[in-house]
Design a protein around this ligand. Structure first.
Ligand code: SF4
Length: 445
């Protein structure tokens, strides 16, 4: 019977991706399979995130909840990975001595060795180093699970925004070689993947070495080449930094129709004063200029963003500037949070006298406004024709799991639209399934 692995993942898409890689690494080396039940697991891993407040406390709380399982299975291996592991290192074992392994985002490929080391030496194995590109080389090919796949093309961040812990936990920006990414994408496409999402902490800072050339490939070039891979129908990338939104990348929206009409471009604030305090490296008008150029290249592009509300020193006037930016840009989705201090970041030292109630009221107002804008976009789509990716089907051949070419979040709107024309949707998607199996791109409407 194969050994079983339970993974609990916190945080962003990068962590989701890393968790899949942990499972791939353990499956390739020891045939370990995943389980949803920690009680039957031989290995329990927590892939942690340190972006939210009290993340460390939450990790120890979760560890405490599985500790008793070691009594039932003395061979059980408990591990902590991700950003909290990277930040805390040995301190995790000092506080929770029953933890067997601690590893960072850049050492997850060494999991089999760390488990072996733990068993051989009888004490916890800790490796939170940054061996840079080695990780990409050591990972086994991803298991293809559907029509869409994530492809990590770069890691880390060298921007050092004053509120963010990522550059300290994931290290500086490191890009995968150009040909390695293309080879992985071609392999995925050969196995039925039609949509790839290129992943990186600062994905548009990609600078991949090209074989036989002194020049580096940027994200624009990579997208152009990926669009030529047979079978690839749609290309996404996330997460982008406004500072890295080059004209070449903007022009790609003109040149490459397979690049989806959605961009997540975190702005964080509409106040230049707060943007400077965050050390974001742009001002509001520069951000708006990027949006104007993007819309010139791709008029229907859907834009989403991240906002931090109540950053230390944010006044009513600063907040109103953020609200104005939202109206000017007409975002139709956002991830918005009240600022939460991260130990070890410069912003922790900044004076923050805004009452929590004021911050909450600001956040509610912002979210309400973005919801209104999203509703308006939804309405404007009713009756339109959208290209969708069919991700699966029922036994009767009726498709489900559709995602449009635009933003993920438009799926709900599109579902509403489909409800209106349900009969027609079923007809069209059924036909597509019969034609092309579990993956299809089709028109409906
Ligand atoms: Fe963090 Fe800023 Fe880097 Fe994004 S760009 S990962 S917010 S430091």
């Amino acid at each position: 019977m194969p050994k079983k692995l339970f993974i609990r993942t916190f945080g962003c898409q990068m962590n989701e991706y890393d968790s899949d890689k942990m499972a791939d690494v353990l499956n390739a080396s020891e045939g370990i399979v995943k389980t949803d039940n920690p009680e039957e697991a031989d290995i329990i891993l927590f892939n942690t995130c340190s972006v939210r407040e009290k993340a460390q406390e939450k990790v120890f709380h979760d560890l405490g909840r599985v500790r008793h399982l070691k009594k039932l299975n003395p061979d059980l291996v408990i591990g902590v990975g991700g950003c909290v592991a990277s930040q805390e290192g040995d301190a995790i074992v000092a506080r929770a001595p029953y933890v067997d392994i601690v590893f960072g985002p850049q050492t997850l490929h060494r999991l089999p060795q760390l488990i072996a080391e733990r068993k051989a030496k009888g004490k916890a194995a800790v490796d939170v180093s940054f061996p840079e590109i080695e990780k990409f080389d050591a990972l086994p090919p991803a298991e293809v699970k559907g029509a869409s796949a994530f492809v990590s093309i770069m890691e880390g961040c060298s921007k050092f925004c004053t509120f963010c812990i990522v550059p300290y936990t994931r290290g500086g920006e490191v890009s995968r070689p150009f040909e390695d990414v293309l080879t992985e994408v071609a392999g995925l496409a050969a196995n039925g993947v039609g949509e790839v999402t290129l992943l990186g902490q600062n994905v548009n800072a990609y600078q991949g070495a090209m074989a036989g050339s002194e020049e580096m490939a940027d994200l624009a070039l990579l997208i152009e080449y990926i669009a030529e891979v047979p079978g690839i129908e749609r290309i996404r990338y996330t997460t982008s930094h406004p500072r890295e939104m080059s004209q070449r990348l903007i022009d790609t929206y003109l040149k490459v129709p397979k690049l989806v009409s959605h961009l997540h471009l975190p702005v964080q604030s509409g106040s230049d004063r707060i943007l400077a305090a965050m050390k974001r490296g742009y001002i509001a008008i520069e951000y708006k200029s990027i949006v104007r150029k993007l819309r010139a290249a791709r008029p229907d592009i859907s834009l989403s963003s991240d906002f931090i509300i109540g950053f230390p020193g944010e006044t009513d006037e600063d907040f109103e500037k953020t609200m104005k930016l939202i109206d000017d840009v007409a975002f139709d989705a956002s991830f918005s949070f009240i600022y939460s201090p991260r130990p070890g970041t410069p912003a922790v030292e900044m004076e923050d006298s805004t009452p929590a109630s004021v911050k909450s009221a600001r956040l509610s107002r912002l979210q309400k406004r973005i919801d209104e804008l999203a509703q308006a976009v939804s309405q404007s789509m009713v009756g339109s024709v959208q290209r969708v990716l069919v991700e699966g089907g029922d036994e009767d051949g009726v498709g489900h799991g559709v995602g449009p070419d635009l933003a993920d979040h438009i799926e709900a709107r599109l579902a509403g639209h489909l409800h209106v024309q349900e009969r027609q949707r079923h007809l069209v998607l059924s036909q597509q399934f019969e034609c092309t199996g579990s993956r299809a791109c089709c028109q409906h409407g």
